[in-house]
Design a protein around this ligand. Structure first.
Ligand SMILES: [Zn+2]
Ligand SMILES: [Zn+2]
Length: 167
């Protein structure tokens, strides 16, 4: 199985077992505050980028899937649990990929906001802007992070035999 097209966006799960590629820019990008998306990603909202399946491919591994309702299924890495996609059953020609799983999550420009009936006031941007804020390097983890071994897949494609470093 050889893929001749050049990806415009790539991404995958935290452990690297699942990788994917976009061969066109997303049609729409947004965040969904609905309760099902909150639960599915374990966060206050789910950032998503929708693309036609014709312009998308799983390039390593096969996601696990959970039918979260009669209308949709959600995919995740069966090894590390990273939430990867949302897809409507009756819209089989497109898929919405979680923006945080992209190698370049800062690139797609958002075009819409959904699920506002469930928007959480405690995560309002004005609340966040009022809080004490610091970079990771100024946190107080129980381990010296300068000597931490990173098992996360890097933010770029790797050879099929890529493995995380030994811990
Ligand atoms: Zn994984
Ligand atoms: Zn939602």
């Amino acid at each position: 199985m050889s893929e001749q097209r050049q990806p415009v966006l790539t991404g995958g799960c935290q452990c690297g077992a699942i990788r994917y590629a976009f061969y066109a820019q997303p049609d729409r990008v947004g965040i969904c505050h609905c309760r099902m998306c909150q639960k599915a990603v374990g966060g206050p909202f789910k950032p998503w980028a929708n693309v036609r399946l014709a312009n998308f491919a799983w390039t390593r591994g096969t996601p696990g899937r959970f039918r979260s309702s009669s209308a949709a299924e959600r995919g995740f890495c069966p090894r590390c649990g990273t939430p990867l996609y949302f897809a409507y059953v009756k819209r089989p020609d497109s898929i919405s990929i979680t923006v945080g799983s992209l190698d370049t999550p800062g690139v797609p420009q958002l075009t819409q906001v959904d699920g506002i009936e469930s928007r959480l006031a405690n995560f309002d941007p004005t609340v966040l802007a009022s809080l004490p804020a610091r970079p990771t390097s100024e946190g107080s983890p129980p381990e010296d992070l300068s000597h931490m071994v990173n098992f996360q897949h890097p933010d770029h494609d790797t050879p099929p035999d890529w493995r995380p470093p030994e811990g």
